[in-house]
Design a protein around this ligand. Structure first.
Ligand code: AMP
Length: 488
């Protein structure tokens, strides 16, 4: 859960990075940074907080030049503090290099321990730093070749931008878990996690990077390399469900259209008679519009969101999230009183949000509250860069839909089926998408001791197409001995 942005060959590189990061703010709000190159030197500015607070004219003046990369961070690996803010930049045997990374490396700990045994000193607790260490140890060949050899040693999810004094390299891991797109702005090349960043700076969207592709931009122009063995594409379906902005195009498909379609599929699968359909704003808006259109039940705004608080879930502290729902949402009695209400949201994680929302809608006078979720039950944690809690905290990992309905005090609860979700994202049969959070089918898993299961499988120590076994937690996380109680 991070956003990355890069520009090569524009006189206002850091200003463009600033704007691009603004558009990607929803991907991470803990810290923001920009690294640029100018006259063969590298410049950096990194701060805690959001883009608007992190930078001003003075800080942006510290990152001059026509090439820059930027990052907004939400920590899924490593703690939330300035030393972990990205882009990282280092001096090493080949000059300077900076990296902005979105994703999670599943074998970072294993690689880190091995490097530390050989004398490496790490300055951050983030998984991204292992890539920099691996790069620093490579010699021979040009920087794209060294990068390829370094990346061949890591496993998991990475969409990343690397900046040297004279090159920008954009890479996507062989499964393509996280998104990364490229575009043009006059003579400059631009890269971003999502196309909404291009809309803001009026850049032309060219295409998404392919899984396993490295795009190199330097004075000679742009070239594309495909140095890795092809793997099954596994784009994150949760980008379409929740994470990406609805005005972005991800996997060549409008996120808004996907969500609207999820709502339509949901209405077909789980219709119920009611007077109005309302969204949980903003995450449920597009899906509830689809639900209303398909069912013919009028759409209305029964909940109003304050835009002066961030995403509550995105704050790492449970105490803030607990308070957050009321801070963020309020019910409109005028809309809800005496009505049978269908309320649509994108997902239930711990169940705390839905429970409070149902209560809020009922207190505003609704006669019935039917909750519809535009994705399947979230039963498994993500190890590829989306922040989902451990299995023991995921309510759907240990409770049936009926039990969850009772817990959130809804008159009825229904989730979109996995098949409906895949139809909605234009991938009937589910090819090309990672849906591990809903199915437990991890494309790249890792075992209790931190050794990637891909490697174990190659060594004949585990078998099966998907490792670990569906339903089994991975990543050294103990499975709950007894089913957890529904949270209070
Ligand atoms: P919960 O109260 O834990 O059930 O959280 C559910 C809410 O969190 C839903 O409204 C979702 O839109 C939102 N949500 C789901 N996944 C995430 C995530 N990875 N990060 C932030 N918010 C999320």
């Amino acid at each position: 859960m991070c956003g990355i942005f890069g520009v090569y060959g524009h006189s206002e590189a850091s200003n463009l990075a600033y704007l691009g990061l603004h558009a990607l703010q929803h991907r991470g709000q803990e810290s923001a940074g920009i690294v640029s190159t100018h006259g063969g030197k590298m410049y950096a500015t990194r701060h805690m907080g959001r883009v608007g607070e992190a930078f001003d004219q003075k800080t942006l003046a510290r990152v001059p030049g026509s090439n820059a990369i930027g990052h907004v961070r939400y920590s899924t690996a490593g703690s939330s503090e300035l030393r972990n803010a990205q882009p990282f930049s280092v001096e090493y045997q080949h000059g300077s290099i900076a990296v902005a990374h979105n994703g999670n490396l599943v074998n970072a700990l294993e690689v880190r321990r091995s490097l530390e045994r050989q004398g490496s000193i790490f300055v951050t607790s983030s998984d991204t730093e292992v890539i920099v260490h691996l790069l620093a140890r490579e010699s021979g060949g040009d920087s794209p070749e060294r990068l390829t050899r370094a990346l061949a040693q890591v496993e998991g999810a990475y969409s990343a931008l690397f900046l040297t004094e004279n090159k920008l390299m954009a890479v996507r891991d062989p499964h393509g878990f996280r998104p990364l797109v490229m575009g043009r702005l006059k003579d400059a090349f631009v890269f971003a996690s999502e196309t909404c960043a291009f809309d803001l700076i009026e850049a032309e969207y060219i295409r998404e990077l392919e899984p396993g592709e490295i795009v190199v931009v330097d004075q000679a122009g742009m070239r594309s390399l495909k140095p890795f063995q092809p793997a099954q594409p596994k784009s994150c379906v949760f980008e379409h469900v929740y994470f990406a902005r609805p005005d972005s195009v991800v996997n060549g498909r409008s996120v808004y259209r996907s969500r609207e379609q999820m709502g339509r599929e949901l209405a077909r699968e789980h219709g119920v008679s009611a007077d109005i359909v309302i969204p949980v704003p903003d995450s449920g808006v597009a899906a509830s519009i689809g639900y209303a259109r398909e069912s013919g039940i009028p759409y209305d705004m029964g909940l109003i969101r304050s835009h002066y608080v961030g995403r509550t879930f995105i704050e790492p502290q449970q105490s803030i999230r607990h308070f957050g729902v009321k801070l963020k949402l309020n019910a409109v009695r005028e809309v809800l009183e005496g009505r049978r209400v269908i309320v649509v949201d994108d997902s239930i994680v711990r169940g705390t949000t839905s429970r409070k929302i149902v209560k809020m809608i009922r207190s505003a006078g609704a006669r019935e509250v039917h909750v519809r979720i535009s994705s399947p039950p979230t039963t498994h944690p993500c190890y590829y860069g989306i922040d989902t809690p451990t299995r023991s905290e995921l309510i759907a990992a240990s409770h049936s839909v009926d039990e969850i309905a009772r817990y959130i005090t809804a008159d009825s609860l229904a989730y979109l089926s996995p098949e409906g979700l895949m139809r909605a994202v234009g991938a009937p049969g589910g090819r090309g998408f990672c849906d591990a959070c809903f199915t437990g089918n991890y494309a790249v898993g890792f075992a209790q001791d931190g050794v990637p299961t891909d490697r174990l499988r190659r060594a004949g120590r585990v078998s099966g197409e998907h490792a670990p076994t569906p339903g089994q937690p991975t990543g050294g996380e103990p499975s709950p001995a007894t089913p957890p109680k529904a949270p209070n």
